[in-house]
Design a protein around this ligand. Structure first.
Ligand code: TRP
Length: 322
């Protein structure tokens, strides 16, 4: 029997080459070996975008197309929309008894995010946002995931999921699988301004950027210490010309690197690697019905699996009345 993977993306913007290096490439490689579920986390996206539901809705389809474009194969992988699997929300309610407020407040990722979102939450935070790790535990366990491929920032979520699973199993009896995180081994790609790469910071390269946009973005990238290392790291990941990668790295060490040479070379490498992805992306853009069909099928299948888990959970909790 194949093991299960569950992973998710928040539909708050198009995915970009940061996601590609950090998560998507890995996800595509694993889909043959694992029974893979890719969840479009619209419910989670709403926890800090509840005041912009149109944005979330639009990006559900963008993120679906991005996944398909990089090679997620709907024959192998189940792609689905979180809110269309209400069993996850039910599990969240049951799990919420197994987590304390103080434990949630100590989650380092949530803690950071609350600080970053001061404009939204002021000096407080919503129940929904503070509790999103509980909902993420439900996402993962609904599919009895063995493995959760994520970025490093998500490790605290997986740790909390494991705690919830252990607590559930110890109270109600062995029911849920304790998942493991799988973090990619590539360094985190930064945006062209040296900050975290993010569509909303306008410093990313996406799968719908034209060649010219890519050239201009790389041209405008910072070349201070952090920026230069980021360009070299991108080169490492996008160029197949090992000799040139070594040459630029050597020149960087010696302080003789010419960014007027590195930048166009890197831009070209990215353009070439993205070409097949962009072509596929354009195909799905022109065929929205096909994307919708994939999501309908995926969601149907996902719901069947989540229902099975929920039935087991309810039985163990003695709430399977008739
Ligand atoms: N929190 C993840 C992120 O911000 C998205 C996500 C939601 C997720 N549910 C998940 C990731 C379950 C892995 C497993 O990127």
């Amino acid at each position: 029997m194949k093991k299960n993977i569950l992973t998710g993306d928040r539909p708050t913007g198009q995915l970009h080459i940061g996601h590609y290096c950090g998560a998507l490439k890995n996800r595509v490689a694993l889909q043959d070996e694992y029974n893979t579920y890719v969840m479009i986390a619209d419910v989670q996206a709403l926890t800090d975008n509840f005041n912009d539901p149109e944005k979330v809705r639009k990006n559900v389809f963008e993120v679906a197309k991005d996944n398909l474009a990089v090679g997620i194969d709907p024959q192998k992988t189940t792609i689905f929309i979180q809110s269309m699997v209400p069993e996850i929300a039910e599990l969240t309610i049951f799990f919420s008894n197994l987590v304390t407020i103080n434990r949630l407040k100590r989650n380092p990722t949530v803690k950071d995010e609350i600080k970053q979102k001061h404009a939204l939450f002021k000096d407080d935070v919503t129940f929904g946002f503070l509790g999103y790790p509980v909902s993420q535990a439900a996402d993962i366990t609904a599919f009895q995931a063995d493995l959760v491929p994520v970025g490093e920032d998500q490790l605290p979520m997986i740790e909390q999921t494991r705690e919830i699973v252990r607590k559930f199993n110890s109270i109600y009896g062995e029911t849920l699988k304790e998942p493991r995180a799988k973090v990619g081994d590539v360094p985190r790609v930064l945006g062209m301004d040296g900050r975290k790469m993010s569509k909303s910071l306008d410093n990313s390269i996406t799968f719908t950027d034209s060649d010219e946009e890519i050239r201009n973005k790389i041209k405008g990238a910072l070349t201070n210490e952090v920026g230069a290392k980021n360009l070299l790291s991108l080169l490492e990941q996008f160029s197949d010309e090992q000799k040139m990668v070594e040459k630029f790295n050597q020149e960087f060490k010696e302080g003789t690197i010419k960014y007027s040479e590195l930048k166009p070379f890197l831009a070209q490498a990215i353009i070439e690697k993205l070409k097949p992805i962009q072509e596929k992306r354009a195909y799905y853009d022109q065929n929205p019905k096909i994307v919708e069909e994939i999501l309908i099928e995926g969601t149907k299948k996902a719901r069947m699996i989540a229902k099975e888990t929920l039935a087991k959970v309810k039985e163990k909790m003695f709430i399977n009345y008739f």
